[in-house]
Design a protein around this ligand. Structure first.
Ligand code: ADP
Ligand code: MG
Length: 343
């Protein structure tokens, strides 16, 4: 016999909030146990708040088949990653849920448990939200609030010619993992389940680089920073656009995971294209002057950091702002463009 499913209608909005979301607000006095109209939140006088929001829609940002636990980790991961890219310390989140009839109480329970667990790891509390029903797709919107010393936020706009371009971790994994979930990579060695699961996990449970963002901020190391959510080329392109510069990446320096190298040993182009164009890795990309290399090496002891290229003067011709160069020095054509909505 399967587990009995309880429809959301039979529990109702207020009991649902009290049962599953109130416990996530307990450690925040100003959230008033989610029983008031708004939250009252204080930060130290010498700090600013950093606010970001991300809306995830079922079927657009995640497959219909993914579990409520992973909807939570993807939604929170995306938001905390934006705070990381600004160098902020995450403090509170607001959660808006739009639930179709197909989502039952068990779905909300799994979602809330997973959300609470990840919130605990990053020290954030739930300070409010909204819960509505919908006749359309399920949607989860999280607004995350962090804090930062006044005037110290990492921006996209300060990259300068001569700066080196660095990325954390490995790239392309989430995109390759999504490919496995969609059963796209039938030529890969499907018996290597450990490597496949590693890639799938990178898609389902992104790890926002909060500690790295804070260190970059506290040590004033980076001239520009962004999280890689749309894809390396697209996101570096955003930095180039607002910093008014160009960039060159060396393909052989773009870090691939061991799992990606093993699974795509016979077809490394595939992994490289995901690393350049695939989104959702949530690694940080930052630019920094060559004089900071020893400070960066020190940071690299807690998280792998790779120098992948260099910033140059903005090119005056019509060539793309971001160029990728292969080992033979020739330009590489990229046919996997980052993720852009409404296109
Ligand atoms: P109002 O009708 O005044 O907008 P609501 O009935 O929508 O208030 O919400 C009541 C309280 O529950 C508010 O404090 C709100 O922040 C909180 N809340 C509603 N849904 C959620 C949710 N999904 N997560 C966290 N808090 C929520
Ligand atoms: Mg409301």
């Amino acid at each position: 016999m399967g587990e009995k499913k309880t429809s959301i209608k039979s529990i109702g909005e207020f009991d649902l909030i009290a049962k599953y979301f109130m416990p996530l607000a307990n450690d925040c006095d100003g959230a008033f146990s989610l029983l008031d109209d708004g939250a009252v939140l204080d930060i130290p006088e010498d700090e600013s708040i950093v606010v970001t929001t991300d809306c995830l829609v079922e079927g657009v940002h995640f497959l219909h088949s993914i579990s409520p636990e992973h909807v939570a980790t993807r939604a929170l991961g995306a938001n905390l990653s934006d705070l990381a890219a600004m160098g902020a310390t995450p403090r509170w989140i607001f959660l808006s849920l739009q639930l179709p009839e197909s989502k039952n109480e068990q779905w909300v329970s799994g979602f809330a448990k997973s959300l609470g667990k990840m919130m605990g790891r990053f020290g954030v509390s739930l300070a409010g939200g909204d819960t509505v029903s919908t006749v359309g797709a399920m949607g989860v919107t999280i607004t995350a609030i962090g804090s930062i010393k006044k005037g110290s936020a990492l921006r996209r706009s300060g990259a300068k010619p001569g700066d080196e371009i660095w990325v954390s971790g490995t790239l392309g994994d989430a995109d390759l993992g999504l490919g496995f979930l969609k059963k796209n990579h039938l030529n890969a060695d499907l018996s290597d389940t450990e490597s496949i699961n590693h890639l799938i996990n990178r898609h389902l449970c992104p790890e926002p680089r909060v500690a790295l963002g804070k260190s970059l901020c506290e040590n004033a190391i980076s001239t520009a920073c962004i999280d890689i959510s749309d894809g390396l080329l697209a996101d570096l392109g955003h930095i180039c656009a607002v910093s008014n510069v160009s960039a060159t990446i060396n393909m052989c320096d773009v870090p691939l995971s061991l799992a990606a190298k093993k699974l795509f040993a016979g077809n490394i182009d595939n992994a490289q294209m995901s690393a350049l164009g695939g989104g959702d890795d949530y690694e940080l990309l930052f630019c920094s002057g060559p004089e900071n290399s020893s400070k960066i090496a020190a940071l690299g002891k807690s998280i792998p950091l790779s120098k992948i290229g260099v910033i140059s003067e903005k090119s005056l011709d019509n060539t793309p702002a971001v160029k990728v160069v292969g080992q033979d020095g020739r330009l590489i054509e990229v046919n996997h463009h980052g993720w852009e909505h409404l296109k």
